[in-house]
Structure formats: structure tokens, C-alpha cells
Design a protein. Structure first.
Length: 242
């Protein structure tokens, strides 16, 4: 009979990083780890967020200022060790393959890096919102829906890989679009239009039916990458993290 927020935090006896924030971060962090290119700063940190604009508040709120500052600090301090706060080794391996798939498909390193940067920004911002209890009970119910839909999408992706001649690009694309829409509803009252656009960019990139068709095509270079992605997803599901 506890609140949705309490039940989410204590789900399956796991710490908070394996609950709603964990589920959000797993998907949004899939491209986060391979940042060995222009996204790196000279001092070894990552260029993540641009929060130079004014904080939009009708009245002064120290809590809002604190949350904004936390977003900025995390983004400025982010490094590979900081990334480990959000994703584990298995998620990192999935991320590696997702980055390579994106770059192989687009033949555009800059575009793949743009998706990566958007994932970083969304991961940090949504995690900060969750850890600061910014979501209402209704929004936490949306987060639970997102978790279930993300799990369904992962199971579908694995099934399409393991069972020959079952791949349906429209089904997988629709599941990703439904995940996108649920996540947008979850954060629409907390993030700017620009940030919502980043969410759309990430999900739409991977819901591209042509990209999905290439990913599930036989042989090199996609099949080995798809196998590693699905092996990783299976492991996360078995461990109760996805």
C-alpha cells in the first residue's frame, strides 16, 4: 500500500539505480561510452550540456536552482568514471555496438556523435530529476509504463534475432516510438522544448526502419554487432536490470 514512488525505489530489493532511473538510463546511455573523438575536451572531461541560459522561474526557488546546478556540475565533471555511475559493463558493451551500428549505417561520424551527445544530456537530466524526487505519482506511473514498454521492446528485438524469418521492422519501430512518447510524457513538465527534441532525435534515429532493416540483415558487418547487442540485452533482463 505504499506510494508508487516508494515501490519503484524498492522494487525487487534493488537500489535506485536498478529501478526507473536505471531503465531510463539503460536505453538513453546505449551510445554513451565511445566518446574518444571530438566530444572529449583537452583535459579529459566530456562536453555534455549547454546550460548557460537563464533559469526560468516566476518566483525564486532554491530547490530549482540546486537541481539546475547539479545538472550543470554533473555535465561538466562527466568522465568515463562518472559514466560508470549510470551504466555497467554490460550496458557499455551494448553501447559500443550501437555506436558502431549507427556510424556504419549513416557513414557520418558527426551525426552518430550528435546522437551520443543527446543521450548523455538526457541521461544526466532525467537522472537528476528522479534523484531529486521531481516526478509526481502520476508521472511515476508513466515511468512504470515506460519500463514495461522498454522491456517489451528488448524482448522483441531479441526474438527477432534468435528466430529466423520473424523480423518485422514496423513492429520494432513502433515499439521504439511508443517508448519515445511515454518518455516525452514523463518529462514534458520538467524539460525544455530543446531537450524534448533531443529525446525525439535519439529514438527516431534508432526507429528508422531502414536502419533496422540493415541491422537485421544477414552477414557482415551487422549480424555480429546485433548478436552482441542481443546477448547484452539478455544479460540485463536476466539480472533484472531491464
Amino acid at each position: 500500500g505504499g506510494s508508487p514512488q516508494g515501490s519503484l525505489r524498492a522494487a525487487a530489493g534493488q537500489p535506485w539505480r536498478y529501478t526507473v532511473a536505471r531503465s531510463v538510463c539503460v536505453f538513453l546511455s546505449l551510445l554513451l561510452f565511445l566518446l574518444d573523438g571530438p566530444a572529449l575536451r583537452r583535459d579529459g572531461s566530456y562536453e555534455l550540456l549547454d546550460l548557460r541560459g537563464p533559469v526560468k522561474m516566476e518566483t525564486f526557488s532554491s530547490r530549482s536552482l540546486a537541481i539546475q546546478a547539479e545538472k550543470k556540475i554533473l555535465s561538466r565533471m562527466a568522465s568515463k568514471s562518472m559514466v560508470n555511475m549510470f551504466i555497467d559493463d554490460t550496458s557499455s558493451e551494448i553501447l559500443d555496438e550501437m555506436y558502431r551500428v549507427s556510424k556504419e549505417y549513416t557513414q557520418n561520424r558527426a551525426e552518430s556523435q550528435k546522437v551520443i551527445k543527446n543521450l548523455i544530456k538526457m541521461t544526466v537530466k532525467i537522472s537528476v530529476l528522479y534523484r531529486n524526487n521531481c516526478f509526481s505519482d502520476e508521472e511515476l506511473c508513466l515511468a512504470e509504463e515506460f519500463k514495461h514498454k522498454l522491456h517489451q521492446g528488448a524482448m522483441t528485438a531479441i526474438s527477432f534475432h534468435e528466430v529466423d524469418f520473424t523480423f518485422e521492422k514496423a513492429i520494432l519501430a513502433q515499439l521504439l516510438q511508443e517508448c519515445r512518447d511515454l518518455l516525452l510524457k514523463l518529462v514534458e513538465n520538467h524539460l525544455t522544448a530543446k531537450s524534448l527534441g533531443r529525446i525525439r532525435h535519439v529514438f527516431d534515429h534508432f526507429a528508422d526502419t531502414q536502419l533496422l532493416t540493415q541491422l537485421y540483415s544477414p552477414g557482415e558487418p551487422y549480424q555480429p554487432r546485433l548478436k552482441k547487442i542481443c546477448d547484452g540485452l539478455n544479460k540485463l533482463i536476466d539480472e533484472g536490470k531491464l
